[in-house]
Design a protein around this ligand. Structure first.
Ligand SMILES: NC(=O)c1ccc[n+]([C@@H]2O[C@H](COP(=O)([O-])OP(=O)(O)OC[C@H]3O[C@@H](n4cnc5c(N)ncnc54)[C@H](OP(=O)(O)O)[C@@H]3O)[C@@H](O)[C@H]2O)c1
Length: 175
């Protein structure tokens, strides 16, 4: 089963301000939608709340410590590893990718499970209070990962320059 974290990140590591994204980049939203459509998405409860509903045409899983939290449009798990174990047979049988779609707490928890990290790296600094883990000097620096692909993009609908980077795991997964 392939597990991929997908995120957009500012040069200073910011991924969120309060419950919001600090930017509006339609081309990146399209990239996110196209990448995850038909796959499995796993998110923290706060990211679910900021979306307001499950993402359509995807199997949605939400992680929360609250045993009473429930919604009608997503599966709920008390722990990321339990979610991944439960989703694994479906992902294998159906040939689906598990996308970890945030936020920061869930990206942090997911690091030992990830095969790849797909980052839209925006070449601007943003004010915010939520940060991608292990993001420094304008790139993802977690031990065991290295950048294996990059595509520069400039979006006519947005004032930002950004690139789509793929980081691959060079060492064995620890989970
Ligand atoms: N730029 C991007 O690509 C991107 C993507 C996604 C989100 N975001 C941004 O990220 C921010 C939200 O991120 P966040 O880090 O604050 O929240 P989050 O990761 O979405 O959710 C945090 C919640 O997950 C649950 N949780 C965390 N650790 C857990 C554990 N070990 N076991 C069980 N449940 C656990 C808890 O839910 P309970 O409190 O219910 O127990 C916790 O409050 C927003 O600003 C959003 O806009 C950005």
């Amino acid at each position: 089963m392939k597990v991929i974290a997908i995120a957009a990140v500012g040069r200073n590591g910011v991924i969120g301000r309060g419950s919001e994204l600090p930017w509006d980049i339609p081309e990146d939203m399209k990239f996110f939608r196209d990448s995850t459509r038909g796959q499995i998405v796993v998110m923290g409860r706060k990211t679910y709340d900021s979306l307001g509903k499950a993402l359509p045409a995807r199997r949605n899983a939400v992680i929360t410590r609250n045993p009473d939290w429930a919604v009608s449009d997503a599966e709920v798990y008390p722990d990321l590893s339990i979610a991944l174990k439960t989703l694994e047979p479906f992902a294998r049988n159906e040939g689906k990718i598990v996308f970890v779609i945030g936020g920061a707490e869930i990206y942090s928890l997911s690091l030992p499970f990830l095969d790849e990290v797909w980052l839209t790296e925006i070449d601007s600094e943003f004010e915010g209070d939520v940060f991608f883990p292990h993001y420094g000097g304008g790139q993802f620096t977690a031990t065991g990962f290295t950048r294996i692909g990059v595509r520069e993009q400039s979006d006519s609908q947005s004032p930002f320059r950004y690139r789509f980077s793929v980081y691959g795991r060079q060492s064995e997964k620890t989970s």
